[in-house]
Design a protein around this ligand. Structure first.
Ligand code: HEC
Length: 438
């Protein structure tokens, strides 16, 4: 009889599939989260959300590792310093993981609603896909991807995320993935990874307090670096969204980042006027590129193939620096300085280096884009038409056209040969009857 009772009891246990919310979360809360949560993430493991549990700690794969640690297979067994959980409880964990660890936790934002625009919002980021067929533009709470058809642009995808502001965009080299950096001011910062075939978000990584600036993708696409308002540079792993390291060598906000051509080094610029060179794998500060900068730096861009950068900000001069000592000089000399371009009519906010390496584009508070011959530093031409400041610039992959956007909310496309306007458009769908835009 006891045998049958046991069987029936066991059957009742297995009658329903184990649930993350009902069976797993209460156990984690009682036995684990004390040591595995936001402010105390033992072994880097945060057990307070499904996503962070899944991601795991130092060794990754939180589900598999948890099974190893709660069965005592891995030492020290968990919960640390306590007897093992009851065998039945361990079995529920095992069964749940075996089922594929279904997530039945209540979702706060299951559906994000697209912004309804009555005015075209300020454009803070734009970037061409590597094949030059798509242009991704920042909107409110989204990235709008336009398809170029002749000289027309048609809205193709809307990438809706949690962040209110998108301040930087990068595409992977084959164009399969897009990275957007931003956040909601004074609340949180976010890096989003998007699959560009499906238009689905692959993952996101959040940082507390404030938006992130100047997100850049390493040339091999494996890392994303961002600048932060707490004077740090953070780097994340594309494959997992996990934070790789943070570097706190700046003394003020970090506004721009760029990787070296081989991806081994990382440069960041910011309000402390410094351009810092770091080891991109170890996350360690190596040296300052500049020593003579007298003003805040807002933007940085790299030569397409060499370790030369152009940066600029408050003092309105674009500066070209090498990431290596060009001259054998004493410490303290500005040994990596290459050249300075003309003073702009306003603060510099956006820079780009053409993919054919020939041109540097500079824009900012003054409503025009100035083009320079990268080699000689000679001014070539200016693209006009913007009604106010320009915050984002991007050369097309074949270097023939240039997209610019800013305060007036219109994307303008120019020919780089003579700065003639190819077209201009409002990148967001405007509500019928609204007066904004055209
Ligand atoms: C008293 C604090 C404490 C409690 C309670 C605790 N842990 Fe841990 N946990 C740790 C520490 C410390 C480590 C790092 C152990 C080491 O490698 O030396 C760790 C490591 C782990 C790891 C390995 C993560 C990795 O990737 O290296 C897992 C998985 C884990 N804990 C799961 C749990 C689970 C599940 C519970 C609850 C059943 C739990 N822990 C309870 C402190 C705790």
């Amino acid at each position: 009889m006891w045998y049958w009772l046991c069987v029936m009891w066991a059957a009742s246990l297995w009658a329903a599939d184990p649930s993350y919310t009902k069976d797993i979360v209460p156990v984690l809360q009682k036995n684990c989260v004390g040591c595995h949560q936001g402010s105390m993430k033992s072994a880097g493991l945060d057990l307070t959300s499904y996503e962070s549990f899944k991601r795991g700690g130092k060794q990754g794969d939180g589900f598999a590792q948890t099974i190893r640690y709660i069965t005592g297979e891995a030492k020290p067994s968990m919960p640390l310093g306590q007897p093992l959980l009851k065998a039945e409880v361990v079995d529920v964990f095992k069964a749940w993981v075996k089922l594929g660890a279904p997530d039945d936790s209540p979702k706060l934002e299951t559906k994000l609603t697209p912004t309804k625009y009555s005015l075209s919002p300020v454009i803070t980021a734009l970037r061409w896909s590597p094949d030059g067929k798509h242009l991704a533009v920042s909107g409110n709470g989204e990235v709008l991807v336009h398809k170029m058809e002749g000289s027309e642009f048609r809205l193709d995808k809307r990438l809706l995320g949690k962040s209110e502001r998108i301040l930087s965009i990068a595409w992977s080299q084959e164009g399969k993935m897009l990275v957007a950096g931003g956040g909601t001011p004074a609340r949180f910062g976010e890096v989003q990874w998007w699959d560009m075939t499906s238009g689905q978000m692959l993952r996101s990584a959040e940082l507390p307090n404030d938006t992130v600036f100047g997100a850049s993708l390493s040339p091999d696409g494996t890392k994303v670096a961002v600048g932060c308002a707490d004077n740090t540079v953070h780097a994340f792993e594309t494959a997992t969204g996990k934070e790789l390291y943070k570097i706190g060598s700046h003394e003020n906000w970090v506004l721009g980042t760029v990787f070296s051509a081989n991806g081994k080094r990382l440069v960041s610029v910011g309000r402390d006027r410094a351009a810092k060179i770091m080891d991109a794998n170890l996350g360690q500060f190596l040296e300052n590129a500049n020593t003579s900068q007298k003003s805040e730096l807002n933007a940085v861009a790299r030569h397409p193939g060499k370790d030369l950068i152009v940066m600029g900000g408050e003092d309105r001069y674009p500066y070209v620096y090498s990431l290596d000592r060009t001259r054998n000089m004493r410490v303290g000399d500005d040994a990596m300085f290459v050249q300075r371009l003309d003073r702009q009519e306003g603060v510099i906010l956006a820079l780009d280096w053409s993919p054919d390496a020939k041109l540097i584009a500079v824009a900012g508070a003054a409503p025009k884009v100035n083009l320079y011959e990268a080699e000689s530093g000679k001014a070539v031409t200016s693209c006009v038409g913007h009604e106010a400041g320009i915050y984002a610039l991007a050369f097309s992959p074949n270097s023939k056209i240039l997209a610019a956007g800013g305060f007036d909310g219109k994307v303008r496309i120019y020919k780089t040969s003579d700065c003639s306007l190819v077209t201009s458009f409002v990148p967001v769908p405007l509500e019928p009857g609204s007066g904004g835009g055209q």
